[in-house]
Design a protein around this ligand. Structure first.
Ligand code: NZQ
Ligand code: ZN
Length: 383
């Protein structure tokens, strides 16, 4: 097991009716900017609950942060903050609103040139505005983590800083009832792949981490299809929201190797071709397992045995069966598993490879040996 440091200081409020806690979490002397997306929160009652909780606060709002949040829109919020002097941000939405708000919080305090440098040069952030979150879609884990993914045109890049981690996250699974089946599925498979990126490498004797990961994976495999078949079942919704958050709050990555290749390749597919984030991952991941089956074989077999109960056959046969079961799970969630499922073909691979090279993705994987040309081969396996 590798040495590590871990903290997860975001205060989590989980369960029905928790939105009212906003009132106590944001100091009354703060001027609050509430950020949200295209308006789902106005239809499902979340906006009204937030409004009610903030009735004694001084606040205004900024909306229109769409999926795969774009730099230009976010900079409009930064201009509003600078002009009107907000000193607390409340993100009400999914990963896109939360990530966008994280960028806004850093850009509003940025003393350098263009805040886009935070993403392209990984320029260090030294100051941010505090952020609170009301989560509306279980998926990214952004509500308690240090990451944000921001787009500018076709460039979709990641920032990581403890200074953008939300102070608190309100997670009321009831709020997720208004999600479309497509968004439910996208969230479940995104969380599944987040666990995989921290688990599917090689064994380092991290028994606790492995069992944590396998617990979250088993939960997602069991509950994901139920969320589509029985959308009103609150036990299912509760477990999915918790699983998605634990999947990427940093806990599972402690002391173990990681391989974020599926995300790096998936981000380019989303950035260039607009495929939903979760769906880009389910296209890449099975092909990555196939391409890296030698390096990852021990963990693929372990996952197959512990999550899918695959115990018979040679190791190669068990690896094949595990990859097949993973694809079957994705299909049960109604998400694509091949490029052809989203009308992409061999002619689209080159641009993905070029963008990976542009974004210096030359040392991907747990052994840092996968580059853009490996991504080409992986994508060919995903045709
Ligand atoms: O904009 P509104 O109207 O709110 O609609 C949203 C949006 O259209 C809708 N929605 C959200 N909650 C709803 C709802 N509709 C009905 N009822 C609700 N309760 O769902 C749509 C998708 O929302 P979005 O925030 O884009 O989804 P998600 O949470 O999957 O976030 C995706 C973004 O997160 C990034 C992705 O790259 C992508 O940009 N990621 C962030 C990560 C992180 N910060 O740790 C890690 C991930 O790997 C990922 O890369
Ligand atoms: Zn993701």
């Amino acid at each position: 097991m590798n040495p590590f440091t871990f903290e997860s200081p975001t205060r989590m409020f989980f369960g029905e009716g928790q939105i009212k806690n906003l009132a106590n979490e944001i100091p009354l002397d703060k001027k609050v900017l509430v950020t949200y997306g295209g308006g789902s929160i106005k239809k499902n009652g979340v906006y009204d609950q937030v409004k009610d909780a903030l009735k004694n606060h001084n606040w205004d709002e900024f909306h229109g942060i769409k999926s795969n949040p774009q730099y230009d829109i976010l900079m409009e919020a930064v201009a509003k903050i600078k002009a009107e002097g907000f000193d607390y941000l409340l993100a009400v939405g999914g990963g896109s609103v939360i990530d966008g708000t994280k960028f806004i919080s850093a850009a509003a305090k940025w003393k350098g040139g263009d805040p886009w440098d935070i993403l392209t040069d990984q320029a260090p952030i030294s100051e941010t505005l505090p952020i609170g979150v009301v989560l509306t879609i279980p998926a990214t884990g952004s509500e308690t983590n240090v990451l944000a993914v921001i787009s500018r045109g076709k460039d979709k890049l990641c920032l990581a800083s403890p200074l953008v981690r939300p102070k608190f996250a309100i997670m009321d699974p009831k709020v997720s009832l208004s999600l479309s089946p497509r968004q439910v599925a996208n969230g479940v498979v995104d969380a599944f792949v987040h666990v995989m990126e921290q688990y599917m490498t090689y064994p380092v004797g991290g028994k606790v981490q492995d069992r944590f990961s396998e617990g979250v994976l088993s939960t997602l495999v069991e509950e994901g299809p139920k969320a589509l078949a029985h959308p009103e079942d609150m036990d299912v919704r509760n477990n999915i929201m918790l699983a998605a958050s634990w999947a990427l709050n940093g806990l599972l990555a402690t002391g173990v190797p990681q391989d974020w290749s599926t995300h790096w390749i998936g981000h380019e597919i989303t950035g260039i071709y607009g495929i939903d984030h979760g769906r880009s991952l389910t296209i890449v991941f099975p092909a990555l397992l196939q391409y890296c089956r030698k390096d990852k074989g021990d963990k693929i077999a372990q996952f197959g045995e512990r999550v899918f109960g695959i115990t018979s056959g040679s190791k190669d046969e068990r690896i094949d069966a595990t990859i097949a079961k993973t694809i079957e799970f994705f299909k049960s969630m109604g998400v694509p598993t091949h490029l052809s499922d989203v009308q992409l073909n061999e002619s689209h691979i080159d641009e993905v490879v070029q963008y990976l090279a542009k974004h210096k993705m030359t040392h991907m994987g747990e052994h840092e040996k996968l580059g853009p040309e490996d991504a080409r081969e992986i994508l060919k396996l995903a045709l």
